[in-house]
Write a protein that binds this ligand. Structure first.
Ligand SMILES: Cc1cc2nc3c(=O)[nH]c(=O)nc-3n(C[C@H](O)[C@H](O)[C@H](O)COP(=O)(O)OP(=O)(O)OC[C@H]3O[C@@H](n4cnc5c(N)ncnc54)[C@H](O)[C@@H]3O)c2cc1C
Length: 312
């Protein structure tokens, strides 16, 4: 049973919003703090999300375009709208209004932007949402979660840590929420990641020895390629619990689809936590484009989102 607890305006959102750091800088994040086992193997227990890019918009720059129409159309008045919008909404609204040359005084003003975007969603005119891109760094996410996340292709760009290029020194792991409060499962997790990290180092050292002694299959021309030859083999022992940080850029239409698929009761718990944190940041940074979502409380204590106008 899913309980609907709010549409982003109520106490529940206010409470959850406290998770979001530095919202006032305009680039919100939800942090995740690394820990370590007694043997020093680093791991994280929740996804960290940090917004690092959003649209920068100057709609005023269309003055030359608007000024080229007959003065009686009063298109220049478009630039006098007194209500400021978040940049993403500002950009998408301008793009949408260009479609019908809605620049005259009778157009929908910025003060009615929420209604404007509700109409866009209801009519499925989602392509105007493709103009606004938002970029996150996601960390504290396991390889199994990122494998699911990168299935989203349309309107999405991904750059992910290379297990071939980086060495064991940046190796970290992610503990599933189900293990964290159970002594036995938590201890087993710590043992497992200590063993995985040690096994990785042992294999890398042995491969390096073989490489130095002239192994053909490990040979390469460039120094970085030599390193890759070792690491691409050694990574085979890394578990799904290995952290796999990535930068994800998606446009607002694609983010909405991702949130709806992943901050969803049917989604896997870890990816839902990630998607919900991304939602919180997007909701803070652009309450017009992401303000229609209601927060749902799930029986396992996690949260998701839902909307009356999915998949625009
Ligand atoms: C709960 C859950 C369980 C899942 N289980 C499995 C599973 O068992 N096995 C598995 O393989 N995957 C599984 N998936 C992944 C799922 O099938 C999708 O691959 C993933 O969610 C990406 O979504 P999308 O296909 O909508 O693609 P996106 O890239 O997010 O695309 C957004 C939309 O654009 C359109 N689009 C994108 N690409 C194309 C295209 N090539 N042609 C036409 N239209 C396109 C579609 O309308 C699509 O919905 C699961 C996902 C969820 C959320």
């Amino acid at each position: 049973m899913v309980e609907v607890v709010g549409n982003g305006e109520n106490e529940e959102f206010a409470k959850l919003r406290e998770l979001v750091e530095a919202g006032e800088s305009g680039y919100p994040s939800v942090l995740s703090t690394p820990r370590a086992t007694a043997l020093g193997t680093p791991y994280l227990q929740s996804p960290g999300v940090a917004l690092i890019a959003k649209p920068q918009v100057n709609v005023g720059n269309i003055a030359g375009f608007l000024g080229g129409f007959a003065p009686e159309l009063q298109f220049m008045q478009y630039l006098d709208d007194p209500t400021e919008l978040p940049p993403g909404a500002d950009l998408c609204k301008a793009a949408g209004q260009l479609c019908y040359a809605s620049f005259a005084p009778k157009r929908t003003l910025n003060a009615d932007a929420e209604r404007y975007f509700a109409n866009i969603r209801e009519h499925g005119h989602g392509s105007v949402l493709e103009h606004a891109n938002f970029t996150f760094v996601f960390y504290g996410v396991s390889r199994s979660v990122t494998h699911e996340l990168v299935r989203h292709r349309a309107g999405v760009g991904v750059s992910q840590i290379s297990q071939r290029y980086v060495s064991g020194r940046v190796l970290r792991f992610v503990e599933r929420p189900e293990y964290q409060d159970d002594k036995e499962l938590h201890a087993a997790f710590e043992r497992r990641i200590d063993a995985a990290a040690a096994e990785y180092s042992r294999i890398a050292e042995r491969l390096l020895e073989l490489q130095k002694s002239g192994s053909e299959i490990l040979s390469a021309d460039a120094r970085t390629d030599l390193r890759k030859k070792v690491q691409q083999a050694a990574r085979s022992v890394l578990p799904n619990e290995t952290e796999a940080p990535l930068v994800v850029t998606a446009n607002a239409r694609a983010w909405r689809h991702i949130l709806e698929m992943r901050a969803n009761p049917h989604a896997e718990t870890e990816i839902r936590a990630l998607a919900f944190r991304a939602y919180l940041c997007l909701r803070v940074v652009d309450p017009i484009l992401f303000g229609d979502y209601r927060i749902t409380a799930l029986p396992d204590g996690t949260h998701g989102v839902e909307t009356d106008t999915p998949k625009v």
